[in-house]
Ligand binder design. Structure first.
Ligand SMILES: Nc1nc2c(c(=O)[nH]1)N(C=O)[C@@H](CNc1ccc(C(=O)N[C@@H](CCC(=O)O)C(=O)O)cc1)CN2
Ligand SMILES: Nc1ncnc2c1ncn2[C@@H]1O[C@H](COP(=O)(O)OP(=O)(O)OP(=O)(O)O)[C@@H](O)[C@H]1O
Ligand SMILES: [Mg+2]
Length: 204
């Protein structure tokens, strides 16, 4: 167990370095390719309730995806995590314009404040699709996040409450695809990865 945590830590550091070396232009190019693939995906097209993250500078940029969600009249949910815990909710984002009004957390992520009363996806019918961030992914669907367990805990709670799992798609730069990711039994498996380049994932 301790060795898995150490291996995760080492891989996180390596992936952060690799991502820091990507130019803005390259990130834009890959983000556009990922967005295009996602928007033509049948899981996306049929989803009404979608959770998406507001991207940080080293993640696939989600702005155009969020714009499309509103254009298509789908419902948009975004993470609201509690610092110093593993708790995260997916709360309703009402419009594209709202994003710029959201406060920024100490980790420089926009999210509604604690006192801001919002519809929670888990309480109002769950999610058809969860778009998942992360630092690294492998072709088995294993994921390395930023090390706080927010998505693992959220998806675990989701299955406990709604007795099913939402479909999960990770959005990745090619540089985030690894040969293998060390995981524990707490780490959920992603159903699919969308990345700019070619990627073969075994059928689930
Ligand atoms: N865009 C986005 N939003 C998200 C996530 C994410 O991965 N991406 N999350 C997915 O979980 C949650 C936030 N989780 C996070 C966990 C760690 C760090 C982070 O920057 N950690 C510092 C180290 C901080 C420390 O150790 O105290 C770092 O990585 O340098 C950021 C977000 C919810 N919202
Ligand atoms: N299902 C769970 N229930 C409770 N705690 C969990 C669960 N999953 C993970 N954790 C806690 O979160 C910690 C960090 O987990 P892990 O290293 O897998 O983070 P991560 O998946 O990379 O992060 P994130 O999902 O926030 O991006 C674990 O050491 C564990 O304490
Ligand atoms: Mg994990």
């Amino acid at each position: 167990m301790a060795t898995i945590q150490a291996a995760k830590r080492a891989l996180r550091a390596q992936l952060k370095q690799r991502l820091a070396a990507l130019s803005d232009l390259e990130k834009l190019r890959q983000s556009q390719a990922v967005t295009r693939k996602l928007l033509s995906h049948h899981r996306y097209q049929s989803a009404q309730r979608i959770a998406v993250f507001l991207s940080m500078s080293d993640e696939v940029q989600t702005g155009d995806i969020i714009r499309d969600i509103f254009h298509q009249g789908k419902l948009c949910f975004i993470p609201r995590y509690q610092p110093r815990s593993t708790h995260m909710d997916m709360v309703r984002l009402g419009s594209l314009e709202e994003i710029n009004q959201l406060p920024v957390t100490t980790w420089n992520i926009r999210q509604p404040g604690e006192e801001d009363c919002r519809e929670e996806a888990l309480a109002t019918g769950g999610l058809d699709l969860v778009l998942v961030p992360g630092l690294g992914f492998d072709k088995e669907g294993h994921r390395l996040g930023r090390g706080k367990g927010y998505y693992d805990t959220f998806l675990e709670r989701y299955s406990r409450h709604l007795s099913e799992k939402p479909y999960t798609i990770a959005l990745a730069y090619q540089e985030q695809i690894c040969d293998s990711i060390p995981v524990t039994e707490n780490d959920f498996e992603i159903d699919e990865i969308i990345c700019a380049g070619a990627l073969e994932m075994p059928e689930k």
